[in-house]
Ligand binder design. Structure first.
Ligand SMILES: [Zn+2]
Length: 136
């Protein structure tokens, strides 16, 4: 399952950050996932539940996913438009010459953890997991 592989990488990064921060518990993880990654939101949630259930650090943590629709720029006429995974043609001029601007994101936006001394802290770090993003 594609999503299990993605979420395994996410959990590794989340737990590494949490440990480095001295956290005792991961409370909430927020991800941005581009639709062009072909990851299914429900499957990501399921993978997260399975993985967090098997981890003392992340057990009971909540996952929030922001799905990002694909957005492209037409290299012929300059139109910028959102589309789905299967329709990338420029809606203005019908050109195939397009450049994907958004939709391949796979990143951790925030990790909320429980710290024994300082209480709850929302980490500001943003970790990118390989997929490049050209967000304007
Ligand atoms: Zn065009």
């Amino acid at each position: 399952m594609h999503e299990l592989g993605i979420m395994t990488g996410v959990m590794d990064a989340v737990e590494k950050s949490a440990r480095e921060a001295g956290a005792t518990q991961v409370l909430e993880v927020t991800l941005s996932v581009g639709e062009m990654t072909e990851a299914i939101e429900d499957a990501l949630q399921f993978a997260f539940e399975v993985l967090s259930e098997g981890s003392d650090l992340s057990k009971g943590a909540k996952l929030t996913i922001n799905m990002i629709p694909p957005k492209s720029k037409c290299l012929e006429c300059g139109a910028i438009y959102t589309h789905d995974r299967f329709h990338m043609l420029c809606p203005e001029c019908g050109s195939f010459a397009t450049q994907l601007l958004e939709g391949r994101e796979l990143q951790i936006d925030s990790i909320e953890v429980d710290l024994p001394d300082k209480g709850t802290e929302n980490t500001e770090e943003s970790a990118s997991l390989g997929a490049s993003s050209d967000r304007a």
